[in-house]
Design a protein around this ligand. Structure first.
Ligand SMILES: [Zn+2]
Length: 209
């Protein structure tokens, strides 16, 4: 599980979803979560650098580094929803443009159905704060979605597995890019709720189209 976490953390940097030491990735195992450390570039990260943190108390179970500054946000999301097993947090560029504008990403492409009807924006609060963690949890629960924007900050994608959360972080960035282009053309043409439901139904048997 730690190996998989390291693999996805490094992938997020190689693919450009995360830059420098920004963003963080975690995976849940029972009452614990494994999470990337704070202030360490992904290409220098090794298995030993990952931390194990108790989801309920926040106590560090194992690890010698400081856990990611968004550890509370990861913990609260896991505590609120037992079905969530992994979280990817990024500041990916196009999605973060929407977060900075406080504008939900509209469903201009059917792939967003895997995330939700749109990508909503959680209110702004300082990075690493308890308030930000609460806003993130509330927005995911209220919108019943697998990904949100954090106003003036970035993206949070969740899933049952690391593969799910990572794929959604990629989809959010891709659809944000397309929506950004649509706004530039002044022709934003979102899909309807029925179109999105139909696409989602199709994903159950057909992963990419
Ligand atoms: Zn961040």
């Amino acid at each position: 599980m730690r190996k998989e976490l390291l693999k996805y953390a490094k992938m997020s940097s190689k693919s450009g979803l995360t830059v420098g030491t920004t963003g963080n990735v975690s995976v849940r195992k029972e009452d614990s979560m494994f999470i990337t450390p704070s202030a360490l570039p992904y290409d220098e990260m090794e298995l030993d650098d990952l931390l194990e943190v108790n989801v309920h108390s926040g106590e560090i179970v194992k690890g010698h580094r400081n856990p990611s500054s968004e550890t509370s946000m990861h913990r609260y999301i896991y505590e609120k929803d037992e079905s969530i097993g992994a979280i990817v947090h990024t500041h990916s560029t196009y999605a973060t443009i929407f977060a900075c504008a406080n504008l939900p990403i509209p469903p201009v492409h059917y792939t967003i159905a895997d995330v939700g009807r749109e990508v909503p924006v959680a209110p702004y609060a300082r990075y690493g704060s308890e308030k930000l963690a609460q806003y993130a949890v509330e927005t995911i629960a209220k919108e019943k979605c697998n990904g949100i924007l954090l106003a003036n900050h970035g993206v949070v994608a969740v899933g049952e597995t690391l593969a799910d959360a990572y794929r959604r972080a990629e989809v959010i960035e891709e659809v944000a890019h397309l929506a950004y282009g649509s706004y530039n053309l002044k022709l934003v043409n979102p899909l309807t709720a029925d179109d999105l439901d139909e696409a989602l139904e199709g994903f159950k048997t057909y992963v990419s189209g």
